[in-house]
Structures are given as C-alpha cells and as structure tokens.
Design a protein around this ligand. Structure first.
Ligand code: SF4
Length: 504
C-alpha cells in the first residue's frame, strides 16, 4: 500500500483492509471486486489485484505461508526486487540486499556514486550486498532505510550526528545533496478525453465497468471517451453517450499516470435515461463504495459540492498547555495538573455547552488547592490559540475565491469561539458554522453531523470534511460524508487534488 504514497494517506485503508482480510487465506477467498472497492482512492490498482493473486499463489503453492526463500518470494505476483529482499531480510533474516529510495541516497552519498540513478542501481545493490551484516540482515536493512529517512534526508542531510560521516565520500567532497545524480526528466505525454457524469433525479450516478484488460482494468467509471494520445481528442459534449441532454461543463481534472498525464474535461447532465447493458445507476450514498479509480472518483468528477472545515489544529493552533508553562513553571507539576485537574475530559464539557462558572465550581470543590490555576484556564484562554496555520488558511481563502461552498464544524465552547472569531476574522467567512458549545452536541456524535447537514442543506454524498481527529473523520465517513484526516497543509493540498479541487 505504501508504494508511491504517504503513511497518512494509507493508514485508514490499511486498518480497514487488514481488519476485513486478516490472513492470507481470507484474502485468497475474497472477491476481487470487493478488494478493488476497498482499494478505491489509493491508486495503482494493479497492487490490489496482485495482492489477491499473491494470496492465491501462496495458498496453492506454499501451503498458505510465505516461502523463506528469496527466489521463491521474487516469483510471487506483485513482488519485485525490493519487496522480496525486504521480506527475506526482515521476516526471515536472510542476507538479502534491500534497496529502496532511502538506501539509494545513503549509498550513492557514502560512495559518491555519480552515475545517474537508474544506471547506478546494480552498483548500489552490489555495495549494499558487500556491506550488509550477515548476522542481522533485517536490522541492517531497517537501520539503513531509517538512516536515509531521518538523517541522510534528500535536502539538508544531518551529517553532523550521522554515524557514517567519517567514511562518507560525498561529505568529503563537500556537497552531499548532489547525490543521487538523477537523469534529466522526460516530459510525460499528455492525453485528453471527456468524462460524462449523468445524475438522476434521486442523485444516483450512471456507472459502467472498464474493459478487463489494460489501464485500470475491471475498474468502475462514469462513461468516458477514449483517452487519445494527441491533443485533439474529443473533449466536448458532442462526444456524450446520451444525446439530447443538456450538458454542463464542470471543469477539468488532471491526473498523472506512470506513463502519461491525462486531462479529462468533466461534463454533468441531469437525466433519467435507462442504463444500457453493462451500466448501472449507483445511489449517491453508495458512490464512495464503488471501485472508482481516483481519476474517476466522486470528487474528481466534481460531485463534491461542499467542504466542511474543522477549526482547532486545522486552521488555528490550539495548545492548552501554553499559558501554564508560565503559570506552573515546574514541568512535572504542570503535567500532573493538566492530566489530573484541568483534563481534556473536563474541558470538552465546555465544548458540549457547560458554562465556565459551573465547570470551575465543580473542579475547585474537588481540588481546592488548585483554585487559582483552575480559574487561570479560562482567564488565559487566548494564549492557547497563539496563531493561525497560514498554509491551511491560504487553502481556505483560495477555495472560497473559486466559489467553493465552505462551512465550519467545530468542537468549541460558545464564548471562546466568539473570541476566536474576533482574533481570526477568516472564521467569519464561508456560509456558516456549527459550534458544539452552542448546539450542545460534540463530534464524533453522529447527531452533530446530522445537524450540520440539515442546517446547511448539504448533500452527504457531495460533502468533504477535513478534521485533525481520526475519530471525527471516521464518524463523518460512517455518517456518509467523504472525509480526510488533516496532518499538514501540504497533505491537505494533495488530498484536495485527489478530490478534484485545485485551489492553486
Ligand atoms: S555523512 Fe551526510 S551525506 Fe554522508 S551518509 Fe551521513 S548524512 Fe548522508
């Protein structure tokens, strides 16, 4: 799952996937269609098909267990040089040379290999094979990868604490960042096409299956033209599969495949047209569960019409510990106070609507010696929200500028939220906000998602929610919204692009 993507993007897929198919036998017994549906949104769908083929091969040829042999691992579907070596070394302690991007960087620097990367691969592998510790090949492999990921980073490697510095040729030469040398990039060819999103009165969308071979084989899609290699492909509504319907151009989606970039013009129309053979109407609430590749995902097809932002730790920083660094300078005492007196569980009740006066009275009765510090929590609240996250706010502003429907859904006490809006005027932008303290419900209670949906007349299947809490994200998904887990502005930009938004 982690090929070509980040842990943040994969995490929820991984947990759901391994909970559903916890063993090789379970995966082998699964239906490929179900596996593709569970994979939808992750891209590189051949990995999902290969996982299934690999489980089948292990059941058929290896008695249900991975073989402890490099060549036998290499022969399994979907397992290449890197993965077979990693399994051999890490799972079976076999002396295999594990070379990923991190290891390539460390070794090309250590040995100052200046052949461009693709051609240098055999030399890098030979160096790793010569270096590896035959007693602990798994530890060696993980240590080298971690060194590349954390010390010998692509930009500004931390050479000072690096354990290899005394033998590093690139450091000797004074410019480690020059390595690995990359061959000049060739521009990917551009293909163009059109995708047609036909929406029925009840919100269902017309889908069909792609051919069983070739790119995105067997995946689901909305009707589309061919994706021509030249620039003069059909991108207009003349190419639409249903004539006599009023087509509206909704925008363009750029998707970059391994060997080409694709610009798809997206058209929308309303119709109650009868599905032809091989097509079906998918209810809006089930679209997220269809095996739609990212390029054809609900969002890429501009079926996402509303974005709902969480606020704390997404748009503004929040840390209740900040004023207490001053108020209780002793680290141990402060940690104890925040873990046992003004706890997150106590504070969240103010987000649910309890007044500060009641909250303070209750807590002071239980901890009379801490009365001053307890009162200091509310008194010094502003210090807990010291700055906005500029990167996220820039995205919010860009989305509003291009006409995106934005609302906010936040766990926040009613009075402190009013202060936050004065401090951060962008919290008054968008179409409105649901504040937990005002409605006396808090995330992840499904009732607050339902209330927000009703208040702002959102279509759940066309709604994308952004929150830093995985629990809130999962609850939003369970309610029928699309949702992304916020980790950074950069990752959010990528997520929004995945959903068809290109605010930049
Ligand atoms: S000394 Fe610097 S360049 Fe060399 S391996 Fe260590 S971190 Fe990388």
């Amino acid at each position: 799952m982690l090929q070509q993507t980040t842990v943040a993007a994969v995490r929820s897929y991984f947990y759901a996937f391994t909970a559903r198919w916890p063993t090789i036998a379970a995966l082998a017994a699964a239906d490929e269609e179900d596996i593709l549906k569970a994979w939808a949104g992750l891209g590189y769908y051949s990995r999902a098909r290969n996982l299934k083929k690999c489980a089948d091969a292990i059941m058929a040829d290896h008695g249900g267990a991975f073989p402890a042999d490099l060549d036998a691992l290499r022969a399994l579907p979907g397992i290449g040089d890197y993965t077979s070596a990693a399994i051999a070394a890490i799972a079976f302690d076999l002396p295999a040379a594990v070379v990923d991007g991190n290891v390539e960087r460390v070794v090309t620097r250590l040995k100052a290999i200046d052949t461009p990367l693709t051609k240098a691969k055999p030399a890098i592998k030979a160096e790793v094979a010569a270096m590896l510790d035959p007693e602990r090949p798994g530890d060696f492999a993980q240590a080298t990868m971690d060194l590349g990921a954390t010390i010998c980073t692509p930009k500004r490697p931390a050479c000072l604490p690096c354990p290899l510095r005394s033998e590093c040729a690139a450091l000797d030469q004074g410019d480690p960042e020059r390595f690995p040398v990359k061959a000049p990039k060739k521009d990917k060819p551009l293909r163009v096409g059109a995708a047609f999103v036909l929406v029925r009165d009840d919100g269902a969308v017309l889908l069909e299956k792609r051919a069983g071979t070739g790119l995105l084989a067997g995946m689901t899609q909305v009707p589309t033209t061919g994706w021509n290699a030249r620039h003069d492909g059909e991108t207009g509504s003349d190419a639409a599969p249903v004539a006599g319907t009023e087509w509206r151009r909704c925008g363009q989606v750029r998707h970059v495949f391994t060997h080409f970039a694709l610009d798809l013009t997206v058209w929308h129309a309303l119709s109650n047209h009868r599905a032809s053979d091989g097509q079906w109407w998918s209810p809006a609430s089930e679209l997220a569960g269809e095996a739609l590749p990212t390029v054809m995902g609900p969002a890429a097809m501009h079926t996402i019409r509303h974005i709902v932002f969480d606020i704390g730790k997404v748009l503004i920083h929040y840390d209740p510990g900040l004023p207490f660094k001053r108020i209780i300078p002793d680290d141990e005492k402060r940690r104890w106070f925040l873990a046992n007196v003004c706890t997150p569980a106590w504070n969240i009740e103010q987000d649910r609507g309890r007044s500060w006066a009641d909250a303070e009275a209750e807590l002071i009765a239980a901890h009379p010696d801490w009365a001053r510090e307890i009162r200091a929590f509310r008194q010094n609240w502003r210090e807990m929200v010291p700055h906005a996250y500029d990167g996220s706010v820039a995205i919010l502003v860009e989305l509003i500028e291009v006409g995106t429907d934005i609302t906010f859904l936040t766990n926040f006490a009613a009075d402190t939220f009013a202060e936050a809006q004065t401090l951060y005027p962008f919290l008054k932008s968008g179409r409105g906000v649901t504040v937990s303290g005002r409605v006396q419900l808090i995330k992840p209670d499904p009732a607050i998602y339902a209330l927000h949906t009703d208040t702002f007349d959102l279509d759940p299947a066309a709604t994308l929610f952004i929150d830093d809490s995985e629990q809130n994200v999962e609850a939003a998904r369970a309610f029928g919204w699309h949702a992304v887990h916020f980790t950074s502005a950069e990752a959010l930009r990528e997520d929004l692009q995945r959903f068809g938004f290109r605010p930049d």
